[in-house]
Design a binder for this molecule. Structure first.
Ligand code: SF4
Ligand code: FES
Length: 372
């Protein structure tokens, strides 16, 4: 019997560039980033957008690095709108002037997701590694409000800012955001390198959950709060990417197509480039996309678990990072034989006094090792 054809993807994340003025130690970009010379041009991206729309993609997330580092950002938005993709711009705000924002609005950006590193310049500029970044971001947020572009704040939370959650929510309301995403740091990319310095404590997480529950009641009708708790403290993993190769794909600055942003950490997978291979072929037939699609690949205990089509065995990249095997059950799962490895990391972290300081940060920096 032949396997049923997978459904088409709904969303595409286009990492337009890895260049970024900020240097957040939790960046989800890979450690080996694409240099400017390796980035594909406007026409190549426009062609990928057209192929994505034809394949069935509805939502396009323009991300980076900092997408505003691309001079052709407005042209790229136009190209995406020309093929009827919904365009969400994910930005730190740095590099966006009022004139540029108005241009982007006119070109058809439907939604802006603005990252927030902290609630004041002291913490935000320390996390972002960029002096003056916070003040600039506040100006940009106000401009977005004046222009009337729908705004979501995207606050990555960790040991050093989770206690500022009440002020973070107030700031979202003050800036006119309709939604805030409180995402506790996920340990991929640079965040994995900085895990000891970023891991929140169990008490911080419990307090944050209670606060979010209360705030959801108090702010109903004013602010939608999405909360992504840190999964190391959870009993079950998240359905990473909604299941491998099931709802979305990522395209890196050089056109490489990935099933998730950290997929390149899995040895043995080979990835294709959308400037060389048709996108629908990569999605339906690509070896990387089929590696962990569906449930056939699953080991026990996932294979006979009632949640196997709820979380799809969790995150392959997390299994790789902690267990050393991408095909293992996500070790966050309490049913995984490897759960003690996660518990050991939490204990190690709780006991490590030095582990929690910002002085230990290894900031993200662009090492031009992947110029095609
Ligand atoms: Fe999910 Fe596998 Fe754990 Fe079941 S055993 S809850 S499918 S990770
Ligand atoms: Fe790759 Fe979760 S980040 S599967």
């Amino acid at each position: 019997m032949t396997a049923p054809r997978p459904a088409p993807p709904i969303a595409m994340l286009a990492e337009l560039t890895h260049r970024c003025p900020l240097a957040c130690p939790y960046c989800s970009n890979p450690l080996k980033m694409v240099a400017r010379e390796g980035e594909i041009g406007t026409e190549a991206w426009a062609d990928i957008f057209a192929q994505a729309a034809k394949l069935g993609v509805l939502q396009l997330h323009l991300s980076g690095g900092e997408p505003a580092s691309r001079r052709d950002l407005t042209d790229l938005v136009r190209a995406a709108r020309d093929v009827d993709l919904y365009v969400n711009l994910i930005t730190s705000g740095i590099g966006l002037t009022e004139a540029r924002l108005r241009e982007l609005d006119a070109a058809g950006v439907e939604h802006v997701q603005l990252s927030l590193q902290g609630v004041n310049a002291g913490i935000a500029d320390l996390i972002g590694g960029y002096k003056g970044g916070f003040d600039r971001k506040m100006q940009v947020a106000r401009m977005i409000g004046e222009i009337g572009m729908p705004l979501t704040l995207n606050a990555v939370m960790h040991r050093h800012n989770l206690d500022d959650l009440p002020q973070t929510l107030d700031m979202a309301v003050e800036l006119g955001a309709r939604r805030i995403e409180i995402a506790c740091v996920q340990f991929q990319g640079w965040a994995l390198k900085n895990r000891a310095a970023l891991q929140p404590t169990r008490e911080q997480v419990a307090q944050a959950k209670a606060l979010v529950d209360q705030a959801r009641r108090d702010m109903r009708g004013t602010l939608v709060i999405d909360f992504v708790p840190p999964d190391y403290y959870a009993d079950y993993p998240k359905a990473c990417m909604g299941g491998w190769g099931s709802t979305g794909l990522n395209v890196t600055p050089d056109g490489t197509v990935l099933p998730c942003h950290a997929a390149e950490t899995i040895p043995g997978l080979t990835f294709q480039n959308a400037t060389e291979v048709p996108l629908d072929q990569i999605w339906y037939d690509g070896a990387a996309f089929n590696a962990f699609r569906g449930t056939d690949w699953m080991p026990e205990p996932c294979q006979s678990c009632s949640r196997r089509e709820v979380d799809f065995g969790g995150c392959r990249c997390q299994a790789m990072a902690i267990v050393g095997r991408a095909e293992a059950t996500d070790p966050v799962c309490k049913l995984s034989p490897d759960r003690p490895k996660v518990d050991a990391l939490l204990t190690e972290n709780a006991e490590s006094a030095a582990g929690g300081t910002t002085e230990d940060f290894i900031y993200r920096r662009l090492e031009p090792v992947r110029a095609r």
